[in-house]
Design a protein around this ligand. Sequence first.
Ligand code: NAP
Length: 493
Amino acid sequence: MNPYDYIKKEPYKLYIDGEFVIPKEKEVFDVINPVTNEPFAKVYKAGKEEVERAILAARRAFDEGPWGRMSAKERSKLLLKAGQILDKRKEEFACTETLECGKLYAGVLYFEAEMCVDAFEYFAGKARCIEGKTVPIDENTVNLVQWYPHGVVGEILPWNGPLMMGCQKICAILAAGNTAVVKPSSWASLSMMLLAEVFEEAGFPKGVVNIVAGSGSVVGDAIVKSPLVDMAAMTGGTDTGKHIIEASKDTVKEIALELGGKSPNIMFEDVNIDDAVKWARWGFTQNSGQVCVSGTRLLVQRSIYEEFIEKLKIECEKMVPGDGFDRTSTLNTLIHREHAKVVWGYIEKGKAQGARLVCGGVPYEDETLKKGNFVPVTLFADVTPDMTIFQEEIFGPVLCITPFDTEEEAVKLANATEYGLAGGVFTKDMKRGLRVAQKIKGGQIYVNSYFSKGMIEAQGTGWKQSGLGVAGIQKYMISKTIFIDTETGSVPQ
Ligand code: NAP
């Protein structure tokens, strides 16, 4: 199967109020394959008018129904049906996402697309398990705590996991009983435009899900500022998050932000070095480092420091850059030329600020690779907290390595950035593993492995400047406390 056979010849349309629509201005943007930097599809771009229509449609579907009045069971059934439709189209979604994002096809098909179907199944179940509680106050007062959907949720997505992130977020929004206006990233819109077809085929009522592609400054901004949107959620960079905090202030809407990271991965001297080296490499090279929770700061105890670096260098140099459809590729391209420029800028800064370049750090000479946005796996050793590459998220296959002597110093270094997203600890001493995991300021910590094994069941939250709000279905719900007076004739005197 040629993956391009799945790509539509005409521009992908917006999905508003249950219809596939062409925006008034008929503006389009190109979808570019980052392996070749050649455009291969077009997407219609929403303007303010289309965003407003999408918000009104979501508003109506929530306020007037049927969505707002449907039972949890009915909503759950629709989610299950959509998941089954997606399951049948996994290959198409995986091809599309690989073409657009340059990812490794097998990873998208066998992991990310599977996780998407799983999100539909999981949240279909969750929709029927929303519970409140009663709180004992006194013998004449019954207190109920109940959970409600916010109403209309605007969900703004990043480009690094557009399909998976989109499915997880939309499923949670709908399971909670909200309606959605979704804005995918301009660099990775196709999978969401395609997902609209899944919701349509599953029979979701009009206006429950609306998908509007376009720029953050127009579409995203309009969602965040609209008084008709009850909640705005965004996954993306911390600077964009700060912008959204500012832009949402006039409507004081609920906001949830899943932001950047600069996660530490700590290696104590008692580890099996050969195994730990593989985990360290795995922790920062997935999707070429374009993963928010990547372990991009490796902290290694001094007694094993040089041996660890030498072995890690060998491991990293084994990685094979290439097209995600080529089964021999193990290192994919970065998403966009502009993003690759940013990553190269950090590499140059690392060199200029005196970090020791261990491997990578120089552009590929190969003519085919030069057409794409490939960046070799780059290791910097002797990185200190005052260096920019220690502090700032690079979002590429670049690892900063820093030595430490004591457990206390490791924890201090781990917490020495503004971020608090994730982290890893490797040690045979489980008491120490748990102790250090508890001291790392971050919402998702792995002990003796890297990356979450329960991405849907046990989602992490962003601490410090890595985010705002909780994860999962609760993120999209709001509580109410009701006091019922059961005493007969109780009247204030
Ligand atoms: P980004 O540049 O911050 O963009 C995220 C989204 O926000 C895009 O859809 C973007 O639209 C939109 N946007 C930009 N300006 C906006 C504005 N003024 N108002 C409203 N929306 C606006 O992030 P990215 O480069 O796509 O994604 C990479 C970042 O996401 C990394 O920092 C990564 O760590 C983070 N991330 C975090 C998590 C997590 O769970 N914490 C998960 C994944 C990714 P356009 O780009 O289309 O203009």
